[in-house]
Design a binder for this molecule. Structure first.
Ligand code: AMP
Length: 333
């Protein structure tokens, strides 16, 4: 009886090879660049003192068109984490669970955010930071591991041990930085969204224009996601509600507005909101990078020819693929 033939070594198609080459070059780029490199030459950083009232912090974010800010504990002279839309979502949940404490809620300062988190039983977000001169690869890896969408760049003075928050970088900013500086590499990423199975396609959390904002917030909290596509009765995509959309909804302590509809809430978006970006499963990753290069993309909604919802591609899905796909040391990290 003849011996069974040796299993054939898996041969790579030219498409696979190009894709591999593109990914490796982008990873090399991320190892050579630091978080400092991502920062623009000149930028402003709004840091909020933890003694500030939560309701005032909301106005400051809105007035400055920002959706997050590092916190500073001036008593301990320490960096105290980042204020994000998730904190306001926690405040909303607190309001729902303890409706009789409205007066108390009005007096809460940013230093109470961790107590609010505990009171509602929310899982605290692991607070990570990175030194700005560490490789960008490391900052990104740390973000993906902890599911942080932004990471503060914290420098520590050698002599005094005092911390200084230099800036905050987001998944959005890093992906933009990769796209803008790697056109010659992203052009090699010719595999399609379908080939790569990029994003989430099953058990999608969706809502309707007539859903209440509170219901959508519940969905985001329970599913630990930052965006819910809004569809019509035929599953056609109309818009997407994002975690940051809660900020204008509770401006001025208007918690009752949360019983309003998603449709009403989306009208409160700033005028320069770029809207949603869609793609099809046949789109190639290089064309997605083209869109990221040119526009303010925070996620892509995958639709079919009739604009019906198929899936969601988050920035974290793209970054995970670019950084970790087929990496042998992923399990060890
Ligand atoms: P994000 O919170 O946007 O960073 O997404 C985290 C993960 O959840 C990613 O793998 C997304 O593909 C997935 N995801 C995002 N939005 C939804 C949604 N509405 N339904 C189901 N999964 C989602």
């Amino acid at each position: 009886m003849a011996d069974a033939p040796d299993p054939k070594p898996q041969s790579q198609s030219p498409l696979d090879k190009e894709q591999r080459q593109g990914l490796n070059s982008i990873r090399d780029f991320l190892r050579k660049r630091t978080s400092y490199d991502v920062l623009p030459l000149s930028f402003r950083l709004i840091v909020l003192d933890t003694d500030l009232l939560i309701k005032k912090s909301l106005n400051i974010l809105i007035q400055n068109s920002i959706v997050s800010a590092p916190l500073w504990d001036s008593h301990a002279s320490r960096f105290a984490g980042i204020l994000t839309a998730t904190d306001y979502i926690n405040v909303i949940q607190y309001h729902c669970q303890f409706p009789d404490e409205m007066n108390k809620l009005d007096q809460f300062r940013l230093s109470s955010l961790r107590d609010i988190e505990k009171a509602i039983g929310a899982t605290p977000i692991e607070s990570v930071s990175v030194h700005p001169s560490k490789p960008l690869y490391e900052a990104l890896r740390r973000m993906l591991k902890t599911r942080a969408r932004r990471i503060p760049l914290v420098d520590v003075d050698d002599e005094t041990g005092r911390e200084t928050v230099i800036s905050v970088i987001t998944q959005y900013r890093i992906l933009k930085f990769i796209a803008v500086n790697n056109e010659h590499n992203t052009i090699l990423l010719k595999k399609t969204v379908r080939d790569l199975h990029l994003g989430t396609y099953t058990d999608l959390a969706v809502a309707r224009m007539a859903s209440t904002v509170l219901d959508v917030i519940d969905l985001m909290v329970n599913r630990n996601i930052s965006c819910v596509p809004i569809v019509d009765s035929e599953n056609r995509v109309l818009n997407a509600f994002e975690a940051v959309d809660v900020i204008p909804c509770i401006k001025g302590g208007a918690y009752d507005d949360l019983n309003g509809t998603v449709g009403e809430a989306l009208c409160k978006r700033p005028e320069d909101n770029p809207g949603i970006f869609t793609c099809s499963e046949d789109d190639r990753l290089d064309s997605i990078f083209d869109t990221i290069r040119k526009s303010r993309v925070h996620r892509l909604i995958v639709v079919d020819d009739e604009n019906k919802l198929k899936g969601v591609i988050s920035l974290s899905d793209i970054l995970k693929y670019v950084l970790l796909h087929d990496e042998e040391d992923v399990a060890k990290s």
